[in-house]
Design a protein around this ligand. Structure first.
Ligand code: MN
Length: 339
């Protein structure tokens, strides 16, 4: 199978009347921003009569995320339209956004219901397993939102203010405010285009990136109290007891693992987050030159060299015992120096 081109993806999407779009579970700003952003691009794209006698008319779009829209992204245009389960088909096309494998789509992914509809995978994760009929996976892109700006060009779709706001949110959150090592000139050029289209960079940064509710700031207290540094690995954990003690919601660590990675003594950072079902969600970060994507993949997760994650179905202490040796190995191996 030859690699998919952006024009092939555009050719499949352009005539489609009924489109189901799904982003990954535990969604971040790029997942939600890409889901909503593609929705706005397609709403603004005229649906022409296709010569088969069918009338030109409105597209039917369904935007789905198993876990809904997290609070920091509730301000995005169209956030209220996101469904937590797909409505009945049939669909002309199903699109997966920002997900490296089908398990990341959760219960929303129901391939047996798709019939002949092609599955279009649009992503930027180096760990993507190419599970679509068409796979447009651009690993040079800093965000799926950036890939969608390229797709807008191939579709000849106008980027209105709503689309630009959603897509810039994806870029801002995945690059932590244009600070990650994959923040290239292309990223900045794309961001400039989105600002020219009306997206408010400062507003997006404030609402989507800096968002830290009081309950989560309080949770950082006990989490930072047990932080450890060993062999250039910095890590901590968040237990259900800690959350219960301060009534903190079960929605991640809101950037704690990125904060830990700011320590100059560390090459690799991790936060072990105990979930209500007893499983442990682990977030990984690394300094440029170190790679946490391979270990996340080997643990059933995925991500990027500098940011990845996985879920481990064992108690917290067992999860730490299993993962820490892998972190020590990753922190000892400078992939840039070896290349
Ligand atoms: Mn992403």
């Amino acid at each position: 199978m030859s690699p998919t081109t952006l024009n092939e993806v555009a050719a499949v999407l352009r005539p489609a009347r009924r489109i189901l779009m799904i982003c990954h579970i535990a969604p971040d700003g790029d997942a939600i921003g890409s889901l909503l952003g593609l929705g706005w691009l397609l709403r603004g794209l005229p649906l022409r009569a296709d010569g088969s006698g069918a009338q030109a008319g409105e597209r039917t779009l369904a935007l789905v995320c198993d876990d809904g829209v997290p609070a920091p992204f509730g301000f995005l245009p169209g956030a209220g339209d996101v469904l937590t389960a797909p409505p009945p088909g049939p669909w002309d096309v199903v699109v997966s956004l920002d997900a490296s494998d089908p398990a990341r789509l959760g219960r929303a992914f129901r391939p047996r219901e798709y019939g002949q509809a092609p599955l279009v995978v649009i992503d930027h994760h180096v760990t993507n397993v190419q599970f679509g009929t068409l796979n447009w996976v651009d690993t040079r892109a800093a965000a799926t939102a950036q890939v969608l700006v390229d797709l807008a060009g191939a579709l000849d779709a106008a980027i209105d203010r709503a689309a630009a706001t959603c897509l810039l949110t994806g870029l801002v959150t995945d690059t932590r405010g244009f600070r990650t090592s994959n923040t290239t000139l292309d990223v900045m050029t794309t961001a400039t285009r989105l600002m020219q289209a009306g997206a408010d960079l400062a507003g997006i940064t404030e609402r989507a990136l800096n968002y830290k509710p009081y309950s989560l700031i309080r949770l950082w207290g006990p989490a930072l109290g047990r932080v450890r540094l060993q062999q250039h690995v910095i890590w901590t954990s968040i237990t259900q007891d800690m959350r219960a003690a301060i009534n903190a919601p079960d929605n991640g660590d809101s950037g704690l693992v990125s904060f830990l990675m700011d320590a100059p003594e560390a090459n690799v950072a991790a936060v072990f987050n105990e979930k209500p079902d007893g499983k442990v969600e682990v977030g990984f970060r690394s300094k440029p030159g170190y790679d946490v994507s391979a270990l996340a993949l080997s643990l059933g997760g995925g991500g990027h060299p500098q940011a990845s994650g996985c879920t481990i179905a064992s108690p917290l202490a067992d999860a730490e015992a299993r993962v820490l040796p892998m972190l020590f190995a990753a922190a000892a191996r400078n992939v840039k120096r070896e290349a």
